[in-house]
Ligand binder design. Structure first.
Ligand SMILES: [Zn+2]
Length: 95
């Protein structure tokens, strides 16, 4: 096995490798979405295994904009799959 030390775009490669569908969301964008949502899953309230979910999936034209991003834990994100659910609006309706 050969390991080549990363060059300038090391960040790009590691993000792409590690996070599948979320590969285009920058670290700073992820952080501000987590902060906005209080570092909690918007569906179940968990505070670990958090992921960034695209409300409108990128394959359907969704953008990497904060308004299209929400915090979900890994489990809720998997369960949601390709459904278009904006949990922030769901929460607002309930409250
Ligand atoms: Zn959850």
């Amino acid at each position: 096995m050969q390991f080549r030390p990363p060059e300038d775009h090391s960040d790009f490669y590691s993000i792409k490798k590690n996070s599948g569908n979320c590969c285009k969301v920058s670290k700073s964008a992820r952080r501000s979405v987590f902060e906005r949502d209080g570092f909690k899953c918007l569906k179940c309230g968990r505070e670990d295994n958090l992921t960034i979910d695209h409300i409108l999936p990128r394959c359907k034209g969704g953008k990497n904009k904060q308004s299209n991003l929400q915090t979900l834990c890994y489990k809720c994100n998997c369960n949601k799959s390709d459904d278009i659910i904006d949990y922030r609006k769901v929460l607002i309706k309930i409250n």
